[in-house]
Design a protein around this ligand. Structure first.
Ligand SMILES: Nc1nc2c(ncn2[C@@H]2O[C@H](COP(=O)(O)OP(=O)(O)O)[C@@H](O)[C@H]2O)c(=O)[nH]1
Ligand SMILES: [Mg+2]
Length: 358
């Protein structure tokens, strides 16, 4: 090895030798490159590092496209429609088609007394207060779907891209579905653990919010090193109790979905109305109605906005000229009194009636 190598260079080389993945090797090589001796005698060494870097990069790229190709043959998606897409999941013969038909208000899916009667995803629109929500019945999920049984990977990929889920079945059956989803890195009704790990240009791991970490910080740093995140900035914004939370938080394949759990056979007409409300709430949307001065609002023709939207957001939604000239609006519903005047920053609420003044 070349003489006059710096300590940093040797440290990077040690990292390279100990690396267990191409990503780690690449990071180490890049550190070697930046700390390599610059004199003429080390020319060959620098050339060799550069060669290794480009070989590794193309290797990593190739692996990535292979993963992407593999992923695409195993994913299936239903073109979205309406204000959101909600997917119905259950074991065979749990009443998925029956529920879909009840929610859609017509017979879109065949109800049959045997397992695997629905073999293709069935989309249907559900009317909710004048707006449309897309429901999709997915063919039955079973224990082992996450490993590919009964087209499981394709079917679960529909849940992955949905805006919310209905899990249908008895408690035990719901648990089976939940397990299959978790094995596919789809977690229900919870949020990503409150820790963020970002790559850093500085050496080592900097941690903000250490006091919220409920185990020794050295364990965290050791773990991050072992997964090729030796140089990172960590922000902990809530209690972190285990490394498995850290591993979940940094896993980009993990998604979080809202889910409603429904027991088969207890969907009466009354609970159907509740269920429709729950489905709407899951989408985090509000419906508002617009009206012209002196006219009534059309309550059959709502506009959907994301929860938290302001009057200005509504104006953008309507027309860009509206947005430019918007000064204020009169509001009925969430207003302090009927027809209250509010400005562009006013946060609209579900079922507000809005008369824009320009
Ligand atoms: N007793 C009862 N049977 C139901 C109910 N919903 C569905 N079924 C029956 O369960 C079987 C499967 O229903 P289906 O909706 O096709 O289930 P899927 O395979 O999960 O789509 C059919 O024989 C239905 O008649 C229900 O609410 N009560
Ligand atoms: Mg069915």
């Amino acid at each position: 090895m070349a003489s006059n190598a710096s300590l940093e260079f040797i440290a990077a080389q040690t990292k390279y030798d100990a690396a267990t993945s191409d990503e780690e090797r690449l990071i180490a090589l890049q550190q070697m490159k930046s700390t390599a001796p610059s004199h003429k005698g080390a020319e060959n060494l620098r050339a060799e590092i550069n060669r290794k870097i480009s070989a590794l990069k193309s290797n990593i790229e190739r692996q990535k496209t292979q993963v992407a190709k593999k992923g695409s043959t195993q994913s299936l998606s239903i073109k979205k429609d309406g204000i959101g897409q909600v997917v119905i999941l259950g074991l065979p013969n749990t009443g998925k088609s029956t529920l879909l038909n009840k929610l859609a208000g017509k017979d879109v899916a065949q109800v049959l007394p045997y397992a695997f009667s629905t073999i293709e995803p069935v989309p249907a629109m559900m009317n909710y207060d004048g707006t449309q929500i897309q429901l999709v019945e997915v063919p039955a999920i079973i224990a082992g779907s996450s490993t590919g049984k009964a087209n499981g990977k394709e079917l679960i990929s529909i849940a992955r891209s949905s805006d919310g889920l209905i899990i249908l079945g008895s408690k035990e059956e719901q648990e089976i579905i939940k397990k299959e989803l978790e094995a596919s890195l789809i977690f229900l009704n919870r949020q990503r653990p409150p820790i963020e790990v970002k790559p850093s240009v500085f050496q080592g791991v900097q941690v903000a919010g250490k006091e919220k970490l409920k185990f020794p910080v050295d364990q965290l740093i050791g773990y991050l090193k072992s997964v090729g995140k030796a140089n990172s900035t960590v922000i902990i914004s809530g209690q972190i109790e285990s490394l498995s939370q850290v591993s979940e938080a940094i896993n980009e394949s993990v998604v979080y979905k809202s889910a409603i759990f429904v027991n088969s056979y207890d969907v009466t007409d009354h609970s159907l109305i509740d269920l429709k409300d729950q489905i709407f709430l899951m989408l985090n949307k509000i419906l508002v109605y617009t009206k012209k001065p002196g006219k009534e609002a059309d309550l059959n023709d709502p506009l959907d906005l994301d929860k938290g939207s302001t009057l200005a957001d509504l104006a953008v939604h309507l027309h860009k000229d509206f947005a430019k000239n918007l000064k204020s609006a009169k509001i009925w519903g969430s207003a302090k009194f009927p027809g209250q005047r509010v400005g562009p920053d006013y946060e609209l609420k579900h079922k507000d009636i809005v008369e824009i003044i320009i």
